[in-house]
Write a protein that binds this ligand. Structure first.
Ligand code: CTP
Length: 396
């Protein structure tokens, strides 16, 4: 980010306290940072902290009563290579969407020529409110990029999605936004997480998939402007975004039904779900009681969702699968690529310690239909998601 001019807009939310760290990170990466604050935000972080860390005066009002000088919003706006509003409150988002311009930060937004990115922060019900989603839709249509809020403990004491993304991750987003101009408007279907195959009302066959890779892909794709349909098995992850259609499923057959219903309208499909290959031939209607020393469970094959999507691929659609292997990874992944007739397959191996299931890290190789492959280092899944999406943007 050396020499990049980042204009940071701060609005009045509790998450404003994290902005001190964000400024520190941006400065340490060599960025030049100037800040514009709404008057309400100074209740949450002192302008003195902001100006000291950014090493620049802070603009809050149109007119500096002390010096008698006015803050020129046009000059500020034209100075910036990138405008970030963090935290972005529901109030500021609403004003940006409607055109209200009653403070210096908004006047600066309306004078900008560069890209604007917002990192919303609010309570969970506000974040899911139809009005907020409508306003976010409008901003996205206006070219604003949205860094989705994350899940966790909120200032209200409630838990859910609404926390501003952490400063380190915001800095990563900015880095990406500065150096990549990829804005896709395509439709992307992602399958994620495990499937549960019921044995009886209280038991199931499942696997250790956390769904993190699929959700990271969805989050990054949303930021790039994709319209995402995320079909997920049971996971403990939240994601709300105006461009996101999320469908929660339980079993492989539910997943299949949803993919069948949604696939024809998509441009790209990334099949990251860890789908159970078999299910019990029948589900017991009552809890199974232990009787004998051993117990046999008869299983039957589940539909292969990815294979179905590749078989029913229309011209122009792109299908990417995942292959998680414990051994002979390249050989197995290659045969899946060919047998299922895929455009590409993301191979990851349980042999790479600290990657795959439950981990925040992954180490992948993408095998391409034309026989070429691309290797990537071990990285956080958020970065791996970007590598995968950038790869897709490159090849199709
Ligand atoms: N997949 C799918 N439906 C299934 C099984 C797998 O859509 N019933 C998809 C996965 O989402 C993944 C790819 O197929 O993209 C490979 O899954 P994996 O479980 O690694 O391989 P399988 O094809 O099931 O083969 P095996 O279990 O024999 O390794």
């Amino acid at each position: 980010m050396t020499g990049k001019r980042i204009l940071l807009g701060i609005t009045g939310g509790i998450a404003a306290y994290k902005i001190a760290y964000l400024i520190r990170i941006l400065k340490s990466k060599g960025a030049d940072v100037k800040c514009v604050m709404t008057p309400a935000s100074s209740d949450f972080i002192s302008p003195l902290v902001v100006s000291t860390l950014s090493e620049n005066p802070v603009a809050i009002e149109f007119w500096n009563k002390g010096s008698g000088e006015w803050n020129n919003h046009v000059e500020l706006a034209l100075w910036a290579d990138l405008f970030l509003i963090a935290p972005a409150t529901a109030n500021t988002i609403s004003k940006m969407a409607s055109g209200a311009c009653d403070n210096l930060l908004l006047a600066t937004y309306f004078s900008l020529k560069c890209k604007t990115i917002i990192a919303p922060a609010m309570d969970l019900d506000m974040y899911q409110h139809p009005t907020l989603l409508r306003n976010l839709h409008q901003l996205i249509a206006d070219g604003v990029q949205v860094i989705p809020a994350t899940s966790g403990k909120l200032a209200s004491g409630l838990e859910g999605q609404g926390r501003m993304e952490e400063p380190e991750r915001i800095a990563d987003y900015l880095n990406e936004a500065i150096y990549s101009n990829i804005i896709s408007e395509r439709k992307l279907l992602i399958t994620a997480g495990p499937t549960y195959e019921k044995i009886d009302p209280v038991r199931y066959i499942g696997n250790f998939s956390s769904g993190k890779m699929g959700f990271e892909l969805a989050e990054k794709a949303l930021l790039m402007g994709y319209q995402v349909t995320l079909i997920s098995g049971p996971v403990n992850l939240e994601l709300v975004h105006p461009l996101l259609k999320r469908i929660d499923v339980l079993s492989a057959r539910d997943l299949m039904d949803c993919v069948e219903e949604n696939w024809s309208s998509q441009d790209v499909g990334i099949f990251a779900a860890a789908v159970a290959d078999y299910r019990p031939i029948e589900m017991a209607s009552q809890k199974i009681k232990k009787k004998s020393a051993d117990f046999e469970l008869k299983l039957i094959r589940n539909p292969d969702v990815l294979e179905w999507a590749a078989k029913n691929k229309k011209k122009g659609q792109y299908v990417m699968g995942f292959a998680l292997e414990t051994n002979n990874s390249s050989e197995y992944a290659l045969s899946k690529l060919n047998d299922k007739n895929l455009d590409a397959i993301v191979m990851n191996s349980m042999e790479n310690e600290g990657t795959t299931f439950q981990s925040d890290w992954n180490k992948i190789t993408i095998l391409n239909r034309d026989g070429t492959s691309e290797y990537f280092d071990k990285k956080p899944k958020s970065q791996v998601a970007l590598d995968i999406l950038n790869f897709i943007e490159k090849v199709c």
